[in-house]
Design a protein around this ligand. Structure first.
Ligand code: HIS
Length: 321
C-alpha cells in the first residue's frame, strides 16, 4: 500500500502527538503514590487469547484488534488491564488482599471519525480481596491523593453506583433506558415512562432521575423519592462513601451513570477535567468478575486515561497563556 506510507492511521493518530515529557512526569508521580501504598507494579502481556475477553463478556468482540497466531488460535491485542489481572489473581491461588498497579496501552477500536485514538495509554490500580465500604474507601482516598499529584485545576470526582443501574434495569426490563440515562434526556425519559406499564412510584422516580445529578444535597433530595430497598441501599452506600472523602467540595453524584464496563457491580468513579469531554479517570467495584475464573473475590480499581489527561492538560495550558 505504497500511497499510505506517509500517513498515520486514524487508530493511532493521537499517540504520535503525545507530550512524552508530560506523560513521564505524570507516570512518575502516579507510580510514587501507588508504590507508597504497596501497590505492586505489573507488566502484563500485550497479546491475549480473544477468549479471555470474550468469556468475561466485558469487551465487545468487534472492538478488539484480532489476528490468528501460527496455531490458528485467535489472539487479541490487550483490550483491558482489569480482566488479565483478575486471571493473575486466580492463578496466585490466594484469598488474601492483593494490590497491583500498571502502566501501558490497551487497544480498543473506536467509532470512526470521532478523533479518538484506539491506542489508549492507561495507568491504574486493582485492589483485590477487600470488600465493601473498606475497599471502596481505600480506593477513593487513593484517587483523591492521585488527583493532587497530577497538577490539574478544577477536577471533579463523580460517583455513581452500578448496583443502582442494575436494579433499575431489572425493574424496567428495557435496554432503551440505558441510552436515556446516558444522555440524561429529560423529555425522552418522560415519553419512555408514559409508554410503559410501571409502578407509579417508579415512574415518578424515573422522571426525576435525569435532573437529579449534582451535590450531596441533590442526592439526599432525590433519595426521598425512592421506595425500592435495593435502590435505597445503593444511594446510602454513596452517602457513606462521601463521608470519607477529603475534598467534599469536588465530589458530585450521578445516578444516571451507566457502567462503561459490564463487570461493574457497585460504586463507580469518574474524574473530569473541565477541559475534557471524556473522563480522565474511570473505575469501579467489580465483585463478580473473578467468578469467571471460579474464584470468588471482591475487587475495585481504576485507570487514568492518559491520552485524555494530556489533551486536557494542553487545553488548560492554552487558556492560562
Ligand atoms: N479497566 C477499566 C478501569 C478499571 C480499572 N479497574 C476497574 N476499572 C477501564 O479501562 O475502563
Amino acid at each position: 500500500m505504497e500511497e499510505f506510507k506517509y500517513l498515520i492511521p486514524e487508530e493511532s493518530g493521537i499517540v504520535v502527538s503525545m507530550d512524552v515529557e508530560k506523560l513521564r512526569e505524570v507516570e512518575v508521580n502516579l507510580r510514587d503514590v501507588f508504590t507508597r501504598h504497596q501497590y505492586k507494579e505489573l507488566i502484563l502481556p500485550m497479546f491475549e487469547y480473544v477468549d479471555l475477553f470474550k468469556t468475561t463478556r466485558h469487551q465487545k468482540e468487534e472492538s478488539m484488534f484480532q489476528f490468528m497466531n501460527r496455531d490458528g488460535k485467535r489472539i487479541a491485542l490487550r483490550a483491558d488491564f482489569t480482566v488479565p489481572i483478575a486471571r493473575l489473581y486466580h492463578n496466585e491461588n490466594t484469598d488474601e488482599v492483593r494490590r497491583y498497579c500498571y502502566f501501558g496501552e490497551v487497544f480498543r477500536m473506536q467509532e470512526r471519525h470521532k478523533g479518538r485514538s484506539s491506542e489508549l495509554y492507561q495507568a491504574g490500580i486493582e485492589l483485590i480481596g477487600k470488600p465493601g465500604e473498606e475497599g471502596d474507601q481505600e480506593c477513593l482516598s487513593l484517587i483523591e491523593e492521585t488527583m493532587d499529584v497530577i497538577n490539574m485545576k478544577d477536577l471533579k470526582l463523580e460517583l455513581g453506583n452500578a448496583s443502582f443501574y442494575l436494579r433499575l434495569m431489572e425493574l424496567v426490563q428495557d435496554e432503551e433506558l440505558s441510552e436515556i440515562l446516558e444522555k440524561k434526556a429529560i423529555s425522552e425519559m418522560k415519553r419512555f415512562v408514559e409508554e410503559k406499564d410501571l409502578d407509579e412510584d417508579l415512574k415518578e422516580m424515573l422522571i426525576n432521575l435525569p435532573s437529579s445529578f449534582g451535590s450531596i444535597d441533590d442526592l439526599k433530595a432525590f433519595k426521598v423519592k425512592v421506595k425500592d430497598k435495593q435502590l435505597l441501599d445503593a444511594i446510602t452506600s454513596l452517602e457513606e462513601l462521601y463521608l470519607s472523602c477529603d475534598k467534599k467540595e469536588d465530589v458530585m453524584f450521578d445516578l444516571c451513570m451507566v457502567p462503561n464496563q459490564s463487570y461493574y457491580t457497585g460504586v463507580m468513579m469518574k474524574v473530569y477535567s473541565r477541559y475534557s469531554e471524556y473522563p480522565i479517570l474511570s473505575g469501579g467495584r467489580y465483585d463478580r468478575l473473578m467468578n469467571n475464573f471460579d474464584t470468588y473475590s471482591p475487587a475495585i480499581g481504576f485507570s487514568y486515561h492518559i491520552n485524555t489527561l494530556l489533551n486536557a492538560y494542553e487545553k488548560e495550558g492554552e487558556t492560562n497563556d
